[in-house]
Design a protein around this ligand. Structure first.
Ligand SMILES: NC(=O)C1=CN([C@@H]2O[C@H](COP(=O)(O)OP(=O)(O)OC[C@H]3O[C@@H](n4cnc5c(N)ncnc54)[C@H](OP(=O)(O)O)[C@@H]3O)[C@@H](O)[C@H]2O)[C@@H](O)CC1
Ligand SMILES: [K+]
Length: 463
């Protein structure tokens, strides 16, 4: 279950170099990249009048190849360049274009715009005039495509180095780059297409794959399918929401221990009103428990702390969320057991790990390495990172997920899938995907409870 590989600029250059070393002529790669991108543009735009903007590097070289191939298909194409071509391959591609080359500053808009100004070689923001001209031309086109990356984004962390217009399509070449998935760059285009350029692109980082799920074995019973214990505190609504998500995750049996009496929940969940933290110890001593979830509705007081300690001491596989993460931030992350799943949002992440350097992917991977836990670093671009260096990054999930209680649902799903699979990274990836798919099916303006209702259909779609 792998998504598309994600490579940094340096990793992509290394993959290209390996191809050159294996005998692939350098210019061939540019022709392949240009041909793959031209195909995508042709399918979208047909014979629409097209303006291709070409920068000084190899991204610009791709642009010249695209222009030539589209013209060969009868598309009326104009080319506008930002200065001279500086690399050998881009000079060759420019030489093979036998039409005129306008200057970018003077270029008039066209119905279709192709941005081949800068790709992975961009090291600083675009000049104000260039950024302004690009914005104008993109806004005046009815179709716009950025080649490899929208010009102005930082390849490796998704930052905007200068203002970047909003493109219709981004055509990634050879592999995804972090900026295709990480915000704010990932929000600068609607549609993402990854064009194959025929070279191996090895990476431990992928876009989040659509999972393959299995129905229970014929001999399965409620314990073999996984018993999840959800430990709540004084705010039983949050832990009940998590328990309900776990109950619809595929796990076989759910127990919910809250310090206060929860509102009505499905009778299939065993609810127990457990007030004294010592009684939590007894409640989680059942050897049949596959996974413990602690955090949603826990509270950050002494009582919450004692309940979390009891959960940690149980020795079961554990998912730590919400208040448990904040309490661990105070207690020290050494208390996190190896093999746990952590589900921090931005604030909880910083409280636990401080200001780690690098992209969101780098930070998630470092957090996973430090704790030997699987980290679901939540946000519009959630990153799931494993201690062994694997990571999966989401794209395009519903922005309606930014509502109260959805984190509790995700935590319950993670606990449920961990109980089913016994594999923290796989469970975390499946949970995040199911959460996003349940949200897609719930449509706009849903509340967290609605996700419980769409979960069975989300699961059914992957059986
Ligand atoms: N390698 C391959 O074979 C293949 C690569 N492929 C393609 O190559 C792309 C990477 O190409 P690339 O490395 O040449 O970098 P690119 O993004 O074109 O720009 C670098 C140039 O821009 C300049 N520059 C930077 N910032 C600037 C600024 N703000 N304002 C002005 N100038 C600025 C910088 O100059 P310098 O920083 O040295 O001053 C340099 O001249 C990649 O995304 C993909 O599209 C595909 O064809 C597949 C085969
Ligand atoms: K570009």
């Amino acid at each position: 279950m792998q998504g598309l590989p994600v490579l940094t600029a340096a990793a992509m250059r290394a993959a290209e170099q390996a191809a050159f070393d294996a005998g692939v002529p350098e210019y061939d790669l540019m022709e392949r990249a240009g041909a793959a991108a031209a195909e995508v543009i042709w399918r979208a735009g047909g014979r629409r009048e097209t303006l291709v903007l070409c920068g000084p590097g190899n991204n610009g070289g791709d642009g010249f190849v695209i222009a030539r191939l589209l013209r060969g298909r009868g598309v009326p194409v104009r080319v506008a360049a930002l200065g001279e071509s500086r690399t050998e391959s881009s000079k060759r591609a420019r030489g093979a274009w036998d039409g005129p080359v306008e200057s970018l500053a003077d270029a008039a808009p066209a119905a279709q715009l192709v941005d081949a100004l800068f790709g992975t070689g961009l090291t600083r923001g675009l000049d104000e005039k260039v950024a302004g001209k690009l914005d104008e031309l993109v806004c005046r086109a009815s179709l716009s495509h950025s080649i490899d990356l929208p010009s102005g984004v930082a390849t490796d962390d998704g930052a905007l180095l200068s203002p970047v217009p909003h493109f219709g399509t981004c055509i990634a070449l050879g592999a995804l780059k972090p900026a295709h998935l990480l915000h704010p760059a990932a929000d600068r285009f609607d549609r993402l297409v990854c064009a194959d350029i025929g070279i191996p692109v090895p990476s431990a980082i992928h876009s989040l794959a659509v999972p393959d799920l299995q129905a229970p074995e014929p001999e399965a019973h409620k314990y073999t399918r996984g018993l999840v214990a959800v430990i709540g505190g004084g705010m039983a609504g949050a832990s009940l929401l998590a328990a309900r998500a776990a109950a619809h995750s595929g796990a076989g049996s759910i127990r919910h221990f809250a310090a206060v009496v929860a509102g009505s929940g499905p009778d299939a969940i065993v609810h127990r009103h457990v007030v004294a933290p010592a009684d939590i110890t007894e409640a989680v001593s059942d050897k049949r428990i596959a996974t413990v979830l602690v955090g949603p509705g826990l509270g950050r007081d002494e009582d919450g702390r004692a309940r979390m300690e009891a959960a940690l001491a149980s020795g079961h596989r554990i998912v730590l969320d919400a208040d448990a993460l904040t309490l661990l931030g105070e207690k020290g992350r050494d208390a996190i057991p190896a093999g746990a799943i952590l589900t921090p949002h931005e604030g909880e992440f910083v409280r636990l790990f401080g200001d780690l350097p690098g992209s969101k992917i780098d930070r998630a991977l470092e957090a996973a390495r430090l704790t030997q836990a699987v980290v679901i670093y939540k946000g519009p671009d959630s990153v799931i990172a494993a201690p062994d260096g694997r990571a999966a990054v989401t794209r395009g999930f519903s922005s309606w997920l930014s509502t109260a209680g959805t984190g509790d649902v995700l935590a319950g799903l993670a606990a449920g899938r961990l109980a089913v699979t016994g594999d923290p990274f796989r469970a975390a990836c499946e949970a995040v995907w199911l959460h996003g798919e349940a949200a897609r099916r719930a449509g706009p303006a849903f509340i967290a409870d609605d996700l419980i209702g769409t979960l069975p259909a989300a699961i059914a779609s992957r059986l």
